[in-house]
Design a protein around this ligand. Sequence first.
Ligand code: SF4
Length: 477
Amino acid sequence: MSIQYNKHTFKDNVEENLNNSFMRGAVVSAQDRLRTGRINAAEELGDWEEWRAHGEEIRQHVLNNLDYYLHELAENVEKAGGHVFFAKTAKDATDYIQEVATKKNAKKIVKSKSMVTEEISLNEALEEAGCTVVETDLGEYILQIDNHDKPSHIVAPALHKNAQQVKDVFVDKLDYNPQKSAEAGELARHVRTTLRNEFLTADIGITGCNFAVAESGSICLVTNEGNAGMVTTIPKTQITVMGMERLVPTFEELEVLVNMLTRSAVGQKLPSYVNVMTGPRKPGETDGPEEFHLVIVDNGRSNILGTDFQSILQCIRCGACVNVCPVYRHIGGHSYNSIYSGPIGAVLTPLLAGYEDYKELPYASSLCGACSEACPVKIPLHELLLKHRERIVEQEGKAPISEAMLMKAFSLGGSSSSIYATGAKIASRVVAPLSKNGKISKGPGPLKAWTEVRDFPAPKKERFRDWFKEHEKGSDK
Ligand code: SF4
């Protein structure tokens, strides 16, 4: 899978998802649950705003000193006996991992959840190299066995499916007894048994990375299922793939960010598992891989550093912005046509994959600011969306023709008081054939898309200026 899911237009994807009532019901109930959980968990900490400010400070400090901390991390991973590979592009990363798999003669690879491996299409690359790749995060596993369905949320990838739909997939693909219930615990137990054998027979374990700790060269993985522990302890070779910005200087900052991540993502004080690993197994240790590789992926991130969009690299992938977004609530994650959906996706995807395919995403927002308010590391998401719009219009010249024409007409009228006054005088007469009861319900040209979903107020016959003059006269009497 790459960042992009399909070649359909944004409008087509949205239309398809708006008509998917199952998906919309599942998204609404998940959003409500996750948002309430986050608010309660944040309140427990006391002054959440202080925590947010601290989280922002940590992330900004890391980004402003990224070269220093990456160097320190790489040195410490190597000191601990691991190998480090800096991948400039997605292909550099997949080529390196393919090479490791080939050297190890790997047939089966188990993976824990990782957005960056999806971003670089790692599964496809490994399958091309003859490996079987098994996702072990429950949500990712459901999608994989359901004919490679796509993730619709950065934390809960199968959020668009309800329990009954998951049960149907299991009956179809995993010989789940149809008489059994669709209860989540029952379904999870079934998968646990199925996956156990995969863990025990895998040659390589691949993980993402929630945070890497520069001072020790450690990797931190935060999960609720314990699958990351299995992926990192059973196979003889472990490969961790991380986005180049996912660093903290020391364990002190790790503690702060893990606390904020779990509260913001799923409303938990702490997740069930926080795995911290440093290099391969040492003499005398009873578990852990014999060989450890850390692949640090750039893939466009360094182009964002030092620009107006740098703050998006502060992201800790908690999904809180997605869980409050009113647009995501209606159109669901698949409409974004990107592995990164919701407000974080609308900002990040055009930066990583370009405006050509993603110029509509920054417009998929009401700019209400709920995302910026929910973000634990204070990324001004709605402002970044506006910056994208500015760029799309000014630098890229990619504004819709109708919008560009309207803006030109408006700027012409607005720049001359006489043209403006004449325009205001004749406007109501010009649109009279289209208006009824003060509203335009079937607009032509650029107004069409608007009036398809809501009325447009028709210009008043009497200009405000004239009304005011009359009103003044009246009050003189
Ligand atoms: S942008 Fe903020 S709220 Fe959204 S996923 Fe990233 S850290 Fe979480």
